[in-house]
Write a protein that binds this ligand. Structure first.
Ligand SMILES: Nc1ncnc2c1ncn2[C@@H]1O[C@H](COP(=O)(O)OP(=O)(O)OP(=O)(O)O)[C@@H](O)[C@H]1O
Ligand SMILES: [Mg+2]
Length: 522
């Protein structure tokens, strides 16, 4: 006989479940997600109300403020604000379990406490119809299920709050360091980058934050010598003292680098902050101040001795003239020698006078009062004066003069003096061959300034030499050709006009000297 592989056939007849168990099964299904949610609580109270059945069913849950309680309840059971406040107070006070039972109605209130915290309360009102025990049992099971759910919600609420607070703090700190006008980064004791601000991302030396964070600083700043960098960091880590030094970046700008040790809770140094400030402009200003002070001191000295030197020079000049008057009495064979010596003495005395006068210009530039001047007109007048100069005859000259240029307040004689000094220098640098371009216009970077630029195609200057050209007596010209005072005087005069002079030069290619003067009606 063939056996039925499926075994004896069974008929499935539904066995009625105990109503308490049915209710528990429904409730646990509603809570099956295992996490607290308002919709799960709403279904819970509806199921409870129907399943017990109850005339009132509410689940009270403590709110974020740790004081008030929210009631989850089916439509008709939502409590009034007064009831809500009373219940909250009763739960807090631990008196909520006292109920007002009547002969046919029974209130059941099951507290949901966890580690002494009153997280909530289950409240139902049922009829005294013999099913009270079942209701009590069901409620206590549900309370056991609900309490850990509420507890974990509180915990995650605290955690979420803490995470949000920390994130906010970090975000605020980041905003602060991002808004700093200095490049800043932080490394930990393992030389790993922990912070990298916005400014450190910009500029030619900038590196994007995501390429820096978490990586060893030596890999990030791979162009800097590793050993040197490590030594600098270690010095701060071991000494605990701030280190400051200056450096020139690849972009040729000057930086002040500060390395600051960072301690947490006064313990040992955990991090190191490096701050890089661009101090190029500040250095320039410092240099200019030093330069003006030096020139002013020189000028004062010159003014002091000028009188003492001018008088003897005048005497020597007069003596030379007198001696020249006796030249007839000199024997014929010596006459040409005597005349030659007298001429040399005369020209050297003249040279001394010129130097003394130039030096005097350093202390108080002469040239009279200032009035409104059109720099284009002054440029033309200077060119007229230079036209017959030997050094100018074979040069090509280009004018690029802006029309409708605003006037400046200046002494015309002094403007001629500086334009002439700059153009003679240009001519010297080109050794009488090349192109001199005179450009005038409004300073594109500042609307309130007029600029006058003299560009030559001469021998130019090395960077190191540019630093020295405004020093009095610095000259590279043959003896007797230059005194080295031309640019120092330009500097003083321009400063007296509240202007600036800037140099741009490339060795072997040429130079541009640019004078900036404030407009008269800026
Ligand atoms: N356009 C230029 N191109 C190249 N070098 C320049 C230029 N202008 C100035 N210099 C350099 O700067 C030095 C100083 O110039 P400065 O005008 O102060 O003195 P100088 O021309 O040598 O003498 P002085 O002007 O007193 O006759 C020059 O000797 C030269 O080396
Ligand atoms: Mg000169």
């Amino acid at each position: 006989m063939a056996e039925n592989p499926a075994g004896p056939r069974m008929r499935s007849t539904p066995v009625p479940m105990h109503p308490g168990l049915q209710l528990l099964s429904d409730v646990t299904t509603a809570l099956s997600a295992g996490v607290f949610s308002a919709s799960a609580m709403d279904s819970l109270v509806v199921l409870l109300k129907r399943g017990l059945p109850a005339s009132v069913c509410r689940l009270w849950v403590r709110q974020d403020d740790d004081l008030s309680y929210r009631a989850f309840a089916p439509e008709g059971d939502i409590p009034s604000p007064e009831v809500q406040a009373q219940m909250a107070q009763a739960i807090r006070a631990g008196t909520a379990e006292a109920t007002d039972d009547s002969w046919d109605q029974l209130s059941l209130r099951v507290p949901l406490n966890h580690e002494g915290e009153r997280l909530g309360l289950l409240e139902v009102r049922i009829a005294r119809d013999g099913r009270e025990t079942m209701a009590r049992d069901v409620l206590s099971v549900i309370a056991n299920v609900l309490t850990p759910l509420l507890a974990s919600r509180e915990l995650s609420k605290d955690l979420a709050f803490e995470v949000a607070r920390r994130a906010r703090e970090i975000e605020e700190q980041r905003r602060v360091i991002d808004s700093l006008p200095v490049g800043l980064y932080v490394i930990d004791r393992h030389y790993r980058v922990q912070a990298w601000n916005r400014k450190r991302e910009t500029g030619t030396q900038g590196i994007p934050r995501e390429k820096a964070i978490g990586r060893p600083i030596f890999d990030v700043l791979h162009r800097q010598p590793r050993e040197l960098l490590r030594r600098e960091f270690d010095e701060v880590f071991t000494s605990g003292r701030l280190q400051v030094y200056e450096a020139v970046g690849e972009d040729n700008r000057q930086y002040r680098i500060s390395k600051i040790p960072m301690r947490q809770d006064d313990q040992e140094i955990s991090h190191l902050i490096t701050i890089g400030e661009d101090i190029t402009e500040w250095k320039d200003v410092q240099g200019q101040i030093a330069q003006s002070e030096k020139l002013a001191a020189m000028g004062q000295l010159a003014a002091g001795i000028m009188h003492e030197i001018n008088n003897p020079l005048a005497t020597i000049g007069a003596c030379i003239d007198a001696v020249a008057g006796y030249s007839d009495t000199v024997p014929a064979e010596a006459r040409s020698k005597v005349d030659e010596y007298l001429r040399i003495m005369d020209s050297e005395v003249e040279r001394c006078k010129r130097i003394v006068n130039n030096l005097l210009d350093l202390s108080r530039p002469r040239g009279g009062a200032k009035s409104e001047q059109d720099v284009n007109v002054v440029v033309e007048e200077t060119l007229l004066l230079l036209k017959h100069h030997d050094r100018f005859k074979s040069l090509e000259l280009r004018r690029d003069l802006a029309a409708d240029l605003a006037p400046v307040m200046a002494s015309k004689d002094q403007l001629i003096q500086i334009f002439m000094a700059l153009m003679l220098n240009a001519a010297d640098a080109m050794e009488a061959r090349g192109t001199l371009t005179v450009h005038t216009g409004r300073n594109p970077a500042r609307g309130d300034e007029v600029m006058i630029a003299f560009s030559d195609t001469g021998h130019g200057m090395a960077k190191a030499d540019i630093q020295k050209i405004f020093e009095p007596f610095y000259t590279t010209k043959p003896h007797g050709r230059g005194t080295g005072l031309g640019l120092s005087i330009c500097y003083t005069i321009i400063a007296d006009h509240r202007g600036r002079i800037e140099v741009d030069s490339t060795l072997g290619r040429g130079s541009t000297f640019t004078v900036y003067l404030p407009m008269a009606h800026a």
